[in-house]
Design a binder for this molecule. Sequence first.
Ligand SMILES: NC(=O)C1=CN([C@@H]2O[C@H](COP(=O)(O)OP(=O)(O)OC[C@H]3O[C@@H](n4cnc5c(N)ncnc54)[C@H](O)[C@@H]3O)[C@@H](O)[C@H]2O)C=CC1
Ligand SMILES: CC(=O)C(=O)O
Ligand SMILES: [Mg+2]
Length: 367
Amino acid sequence: MIVGVPKEIKNNESRVGMTPAGVFELVKNNHTVYVQSGAGDGSGFFNKDYQQAGATILDTIGQVYAMSEMIVKVKEPIAEEYDLVQEGQIIFTYFHFASSEPLTKAMIKQKGICIAYETVEDEEGTLPLLTPMSEVAGRMAIQQGAKYLEKPAKGRGLLLGGVPGVAPGKVLVLGAGVVGIQAAKMAAGLGAHVTIMDVNMKRLRYVNDVMPPHVVTDFSNEYSIRKHIKTHDLIVGGVLLKGAKAPNLITRDMLKEMRPGTVIVDVAVDQGGCVETTKATTHEDPIYIIDDVVHYCVANMPGAVPYTSTVALTNVTLPYVLKLANLGWQSACEKDKSLQKGLNIIEGKVVYKEINEAFNWDTPVLV
Ligand SMILES: NC(=O)C1=CN([C@@H]2O[C@H](COP(=O)(O)OP(=O)(O)OC[C@H]3O[C@@H](n4cnc5c(N)ncnc54)[C@H](O)[C@@H]3O)[C@@H](O)[C@H]2O)C=CC1
Ligand SMILES: CC(=O)C(=O)O
Ligand SMILES: [Mg+2]
């Protein structure tokens, strides 16, 4: 198969969909790999590294899309890329369709085979291609939250860990999944008091078992969320309903209940966010303020630490890339039920029901 690796063009996105190690494996399996010039620069992988591994470097993104049967990338195509997608071409990347009707309609129109990293799901129900980026984003949520709690950054002016004689800050984590647990761990490490909420008792039991005593669990419901937001300094949104629009656990009216300078880091922004006032931001302009509450809603948080993120991501995507290249998408998805769950749109047809539900499309949409 001919596999193409374009350069990411989303704001401040320096990850790349394949490392030279991935190129080496594909070439060893008799595949051809085209890499756009400079695609890996931001992650520390240069043209010569890809060439030594057996790739051919192409100058433009247009050439990579036009010459490849499968595109392997990181983020969803942005508007400038929509028309580059070819009929029948496999696009293997994060899509987060439920949060973007324009992207969904564009991919329906282009008739590609859209396989979404974030819905590849193993037998235990975990998401192997989302997990490493959730680990990165969960940890980053506390770094970013701590920074925006500083006064010059518009926060409450509070040091999360406190100092002797001054109590530490309080962190509320919504969702005890991968993002939530990593965030809780980092916050606890700084000495903050942490409350972590979920609707899944198994997750809460696990957290209760493994975390230190200053991390407490609470069952997630509106009543308890309304109570906690009044006293917590940093709120991390880490809920997920697989492939679906995230539920709005914090509604607009609740912002008035928070203290001025409270910071919300809504990591779930890529699935639409779990805060009603969430709208996606970029690393260039990461925050905005509503009712004195700082909102940090960067949809590609791991893009800011590309050295860590590219390697963590490609470690888990490469086995699937190899399967797709060796077998073709139909046979690969028939043989591997985890990969089959990644199929979101096939040649103009949405095949993941949560996407239709997100847009109230009762019947297949015609574009
Ligand atoms: N902004 C960014 O750069 C990034 C965003 N993400 C996003 O972060 C989100 C979370 O991802 P993961 O932690 O991997 O998911 P996960 O599936 O491991 O955890 C989600 C948790 O949310 C819980 N949940 C569902 N409904 C809830 C409710 N009403 N109240 C409280 N908890 C509830 C689930 O029970 C589950 O434990 C996803 O939307 C993911 O795409 C992940 C990586 C990077
Ligand atoms: C998961 C995701 O959206 C990201 O890594 O950017
Ligand atoms: Mg207020």
